[in-house]
Design a protein around this ligand. Sequence first.
Ligand code: ZN
Length: 321
Amino acid sequence: MSETTLSASRRKRIKRIKIYLITIFVILLITPTVISVYTMNRMSDLNDCVDDLTRQIDQMELSYLLKETAHESLEEMTKEIDENQMAADTQTMQIETKAYESEAECPEGYKKVYLTFDDGPSPYTTEILDILDSYGVKATFFVTGIQKDKHPEWYKEIVDRGHSIGMHSYTHVYKQVYANEEAFLKDVEDIHELIKETTGVNATLYRFPGGSSNSVSTVSMGDLFAKIHDQGYEYFDWNISSQDASNPTPSKATITYNVLSGIDKFDNCVVLMHDAADKYATVQALPGIIEGIMKKEKTVILPIGPNTETVWHLTGDEEED
Ligand code: ZN
């Protein structure tokens, strides 16, 4: 092989190597650029996608909010309609005159219902009075001395709003009240004084703690009936119990049923309920009870007064048997 041929073949190899190197260089330079451009494009696509989704979520949130607002306005409208309906119903009932302030105003031959609340006043007294007022109904409250220091104004509110107030017990501690005749008379005198001081009323209505048929008294109940009558007072038991003092406290529906079903059995109905801090179901049941009574034929609601026919569990005569 001549020198010329050898250098020509070397040049060729060098040229080939140069081409290889240039190719590799170009590949190395272009590939990342292509990858970068591709990645950037994908990212831009993904960004668009995210933007779309965000817009959709925003729209969904907006439509949810709109729905919520619409729902709230609908609820408000329904409430308003209900309130108007209730006001209209109340008005209709008052036009029919289903409640009177005394027997003298009551038409002949009507069934009489006396709603009585024992153990008050309580934190619920005002709410009970508001409900009674909204139906134009007068009731009877047999009060205790429990709130005498903290809320003497509650006693007065009962009287100021036109209801009957009666004596129940100063202490309402059965063992103490019925320990002996002196203790009983002292308790009656104390609650009489408290009512006089707080309301100015000379109370004559009385309800025995536990009723005249209570099983707690160690003193002859017949003697106590006589003592009550000696002072010119009158005692009232009940012939319909709402059973709201049962343990556990019955539901609003049960209390309402107990009262309304009881009323069907008597012409002169004295209903026992309680005005007490642990008996909110009674407050909740009260509108339904009043409406139920008002829907009954020839039936009126009255407060107990001096001319009310008494309802007694015991008269004292039974004790002689
Ligand atoms: Zn009581």
